[in-house]
Write a protein that binds this ligand. Structure first.
Ligand SMILES: [Zn+2]
Length: 232
């Protein structure tokens, strides 16, 4: 239930260190559920603690395939974005997955991500998998779904704002430029059933038809006034 209540939290943050050309592979839900009745269910003074458990993929022989990430640093990075909104990320621990097949993950058009997400998966936490890379060029991370309890990042981007972006998907946040549910009008008149389905994020033209590209920061014109520092 927690993740559903988080839908209406605007994650508007400063200095996301966004890097152009990065692609998010999270699929967009085709029948999103709108929980408008819960918009004010979460008290402003109450904090949510979210446990994140890390799974680090290694070579099958148990040797490290990449420099081991510091999961405390990743947790700190996530808290930089979420704790100002009373969502506290807790490092719940980590394990290793010794399987070379997962090192370069065939996720966007393959099914290896499903296999990975069912490996060592823990209940009651967000499972944060770390691989060396993705088969599809440009993909740096993805959540299993919006919402979900599972995400995967490539190691070199685990400390970037994309991790917070994918965690946002886990909490049911969509891309602000999403058009699967319709194009959000500039005046926001259809904000509750188009775009990202959230009304306090202005219409974002992004790249229009793409539902995987998070590299599209709008540069001006056309009457749009999106929030360039929104991690989604
Ligand atoms: Zn995304």
């Amino acid at each position: 239930m927690k993740k559903l209540l988080l839908l209406f939290i605007s994650i508007t943050l400063l200095n996301p260190n966004w890097v152009f050309g990065q692609i998010c592979g999270t699929p967009t839900p085709t029948n999103p559920v709108i929980y408008s009745g819960n918009a004010n269910a979460r008290g402003a003074s109450s904090a949510y603690c979210i446990d994140v458990y890390f799974h680090i993929v290694r070579n099958t022989n148990g040797s490290n395939a990449f420099t081991l990430p510091n999961t405390d640093d990743i947790t700190e990075e996530l808290n930089e974005y979420f704790s100002p909104h009373n969502i506290v990320i807790n490092n719940a621990g980590f394990d290793f997955i010794n399987n070379s097949n997962f090192l370069t993950l065939d996720a966007l058009y393959g099914t290896e991500d499903d296999a990975l997400f069912s490996t060592e998966n823990q209940a009651g936490v967000i499972n944060f998998y770390i691989v060396d890379n993705f088969v599809t060029t440009g993909v740096v991370g993805l959540a299993e779904d919006s919402p979900s309890r599972n995400l995967v990042m490539r190691d070199e981007d685990a400390l970037s704002a994309v991790s917070a972006h994918e965690l946002g998907h886990c909490f049911y946040l969509l891309h602000t430029h999403d058009t699967v549910n319709g194009v959000e009008a500039i005046n926001g008149s259809n904000c509750s059933n188009a775009g990202d389905l959230i009304c306090d994020t202005p219409a974002d033209p992004g790249l229009g038809s793409s539902n995987v590209n998070v590299s599209c920061i709008y540069t001006g014109g056309g009457g749009y006034n999106p929030l360039p520092n929104n991690i989604m």
